[in-house]
Design a protein around this ligand. Structure first.
Ligand code: ADP
Length: 494
């Protein structure tokens, strides 16, 4: 059995040469295909990979030269051997320029043919090797560039700013967050020096110091600074050490901590506010108690009574503040959402009104409830709902002078229950109306009139309304009165 040593395509318009070559080559173990002109040969070349193309030059339809041009256009690296007569040696040279590997002068004997074919096959093997090496290199390059693209994507999507600086102090990488923090585009930064683009002297100093890092150990420097645009930045600078333990650059990671700082400040403001609010009434209560214990009011029972009453009022204020603070920090709000039931709004509103009836009477106020027909049920947490209405009713009484009116109206629309708490009190200016639902906000007229409060009740009321998928709003005129309206969705029939 002969082993197929290679695949050869013989293209010649002379039948004798075609079949002669085919016979010789097949006997030597080659697999042979034939074509009678360049056109037919080209079709075969397109469809199949031959190891060697043996082609005549002078042929009808498409001659050998045209065929070489077409092969060149295909971009296939093929080993082409041109069969040529002595008279057409020039042609053979031209063919060589067009990419032919060798030529076989006519007439030739079987040994000459086989020798050329073998040489061609060696060259073919060499070409294959080169091709494989090239593919390998291309694949490596692709992997490298994929790796680089992946790394860049990660760096670019980081929420921290990243700045890489080479040994010469030039910026070699800047991600979008660093660009945002430094308010400098990447194009303008790359290639420029730290000296040119870093404005903050501390940051600049730390980067330069890090570049001069001689010790092999990685040591990060941390610092905090404010940018000229008022942002608070936390930076960490780390030298890049190569395998020879030499510093080849440095990386600065920048984090914008402005919002964290704001929250930190709010927290500490809150603590000092609460401490202050607790201290003043407790100091007053202590003062009244000391006066009484020192016997200063011993023979003035009327004064003593007034002092005890004042102390009680301050204690009452303190309890109200502490209750508001507890409400504010109620962490079981989510839990209370789970404990929702079908609730009769009218019943809860009436309970809240009755809870404050005495207080209204003490101020000779006219406190009334008006219900517009039969009220549907709503889905709510009863305790929260009571707290919501109670807050508004207690505010209405507190901010309405003696003999004023406080009226609670309950109405329903197709999908909601509306509770209006209407008073004839001091009212709220347009500007203050924008802020009264903010935590701790108190309108100036309330402060001026020395009406005590914490500024927390309405923010809690708003949260409760929203937890119940409803909302709360206000209409008011200073010196005339206010209306707080709570709108909550009713339970729809299935
Ligand atoms: P406070 O404990 O101060 O009453 P709230 O959060 O309940 O706190 O109210 C915030 C501010 O809104 C009050 O300090 C007051 O200035 C204003 N306000 C609330 N309700 C009324 C009202 N019915 N009439 C006038 N002003 C009101």
């Amino acid at each position: 059995m002969t082993i197929k040593k290679g695949e050869i395509l013989v293209i010649d318009d002379e039948e004798v040469i075609r079949s002669g070559c085919q016979q010789i080559l097949e006997m030597s173990g080659y697999s042979v295909a034939v074509a009678e002109n360049g056109r037919v040969g080209l079709d075969k070349i397109i469809q199949h990979d031959y190891d060697i193309i043996l082609t005549d030059i002078m042929m009808p339809e498409m001659d050998g030269m045209e065929l070489l041009d077409e092969i060149g256009r295909l971009g296939k690296e093929l080993v082409v051997i041109v069969i040529t007569g002595y008279a057409t040696l020039d042609n053979a040279i031209t063919a060589g320029r067009k990419g032919a590997y060798d030529y076989l002068p006519k007439p030739f004997n079987p040994d000459e043919l086989l020798a050329k074919i073998e040489r061609g096959l060696d060259y073919r093997a060499h070409l294959r090797e080169v091709q494989l090496l090239r593919q390998d290199r291309d694949r490596n390059m692709l992997e490298c560039s994929n790796e680089r693209a992946r790394t860049l994507t990660i760096i670019n999507s980081m929420s921290e700013g990243v700045l890489a600086i080479n040994r010469q102090g030039q910026i070699v990488l800047m991600n979008p967050m660093a660009s945002k923090i430094m308010r400098l585009s990447e194009e303008r930064a790359i290639g420029r020096t730290v000296d040119e683009i870093v404005r903050n002297p501390d940051l600049k100093k730390s980067i330069v110091a890090s570049l001069q890092e001689v010790q092999a150990e990685l040591s990060s420097t941390r610092l905090e600074f404010d940018t000229v645009y008022g942002r608070a930045i936390e930076a960490s600078i780390t030298p890049i050490i190569d395998e020879n333990k030499e510093c080849i650059g440095t990386v600065a990671v920048l984090i914008d901590v402005t919002e964290d700082k704001k929250i930190e400040k709010m927290k500490s403001d809150f603590v000092s506010y609460v401490a202050h609010e607790l201290k003043a009434p407790l100091g007053a209560i202590e003062g009244y108690l000391n006066l009484i214990l020192d016997g200063i009011t011993a023979d003035k029972p009327q004064t003593e009574h007034e002092m005890i009453e004042k102390a009680r009022d301050r204690a009452h204020g303190l309890i109200a503040l502490i209750n508001d603070l507890l409400d504010l920090s109620r962490t079981d709000r989510k839990k209370s959402l789970k404990e929702m039931h079908a609730i009769d709004v009218e019943k809860v509103v009436r309970e809240a009104v009755e809870f404050y009836r005495n207080r209204a009477e003490a101020r000779s106020q006219h406190l009334t409830v008006q219900v517009d027909g039969q009220m549907p049920l709503i889905r709510a947490n009863e305790e929260d709902l009571f707290r919501l209405y109670a807050n508004l009713i207690s505010n209405a009484i507190k901010y309405t002078p003696e003999n004023g009116d406080v009226r609670v109206e309950i109405k329903r629309t197709k999908s909601h229950v509306r509770v209006d708490v209407i008073d004839t009190g001091i009212g709220i200016s347009g500007e203050a109306q924008k802020h009264i639902f903010d935590e701790f906000y108190r309108a100036q007229n309330a402060v001026d009139k020395k009406i005590t409060g914490t500024g927390l009740g309405l923010s809690i009321a708003k949260k409760i309304a929203e937890d119940h998928h409803g909302y709360i709003d206000v209409t008011s005129e200073e010196g005339v009165g206010s209306t707080f309206r709570v709108t909550l969705p009713i339970i729809q029939d299935e």
